[in-house]
Design a protein around this ligand. Structure first.
Ligand code: 5RP
Length: 264
């Protein structure tokens, strides 16, 4: 591995712990103005110092994230669909390596839709991105996406999608949590991060699935809504950091989250 690739991987996955906390705010690329992310710069100002990297589109990065805040950037590099269009799966590669270099990206993220109508196209996007970005020492993170077919999120399917992503050259794979997450990590030869999934108000539930996923081989998370849609985003991010990097038990990390606001 050349120096640039090693350096970028170390920015994403700090060697002190070998774990990683990616904060995802890329949702607008197909969802538009997602709740709590209407003004992404304001939403993440206090969160970026807690995370290891920010998963973000080039548009939000340029318009809303101050360069002086020096977050490590994972640039969303595939897309071209929307939640009101006919399919989420017809994605293309949208960002060239030159631009990722100009934006000082530590990595790029590319979605694949394994088993779907656009399987070949999106796997080709991933393979092409690996070929192009590896030339410049930029790692590619594969996002095993399921579009609107949420029922696909079982370990058999996710292990298949993760392994294929690694075989095509992804340096990191992002996939959904399952109770038998070890089935995914044991057969994926590159680091796996847990994706967020639907938002829950129960902080302990999130900390528990992250703890369990890490205990079953994940190196960390790529989470969004369960942090910035929570009533205490900084508390949630701090608690997650404790679980990921300090090996904290969820019930101890929960002390970092403010009590739920009184109802009524
Ligand atoms: C959206 C993404 C997100 O980065 C990923 O789903 C994590 O966000 P959340 O925790 O809100 O699900 O890839 O396409």
């Amino acid at each position: 591995m050349d120096w640039g690739m090693q350096s970028r991987m170390a920015r994403l996955i700090p060697p002190e712990t070998g774990k990683a906390f990616f904060l995802a705010i890329d949702h607008g690329y197909f969802l538009g103005p997602t709740r709590s992310l209407e003004k992404p710069g304001e939403t993440v100002a206090d969160l970026t110092p807690i995370a290891d990297a920010l998963f973000v589109t080039r548009g939000v990065l340029r318009s809303a994230i101050p360069a002086e805040s020096t977050p490590n950037i994972i640039l969303r590099a595939s897309g071209g669909t929307s939640v009101v269009g006919p399919t989420l799966e017809d994605e293309h590669l949208l960002v060239h390596p030159e631009e990722a270099i100009r934006l000082d990206a530590a990595a790029v993220g590319i979605s694949v839709f394994v088993g779907g109508e656009y399987e070949t196209q999106t796997l080709n996007n991933l393979a092409e991105a690996v070929s192009e970005y590896e030339r410049y020492g930029i790692p590619v993170m594969a996002v095993t996406a399921v579009g609107k077919e949420l029922e696909k999120r079982d370990s058999r399917y996710l292990a298949l999608a993760s392994r294929i992503s690694a075989e095509l050259g992804a340096r990191v794979v992002k996939t959904y949590y399952t109770e038998d997450f070890d089935r995914i990590t044991e057969t994926c030869p590159v680091p796996v991060v847990i994706a967020g999934g639907p938002k829950t108000d129960d902080a302990l539930e999130v900390l528990n699935f992250v703890r369990d996923g890490i205990d079953k081989g994940a190196i960390g998370v790529n989470l969004g809504r369960n942090i910035w849609q929570h009533y205490d985003p900084v508390g949630m991010a701090s608690a997650l950091r404790a679980v990921i990097h300090d090996n904290a038990a969820p019930k101890d990390a929960l002390d970092l989250v403010a009590p739920p606001p009184a109802k009524g």
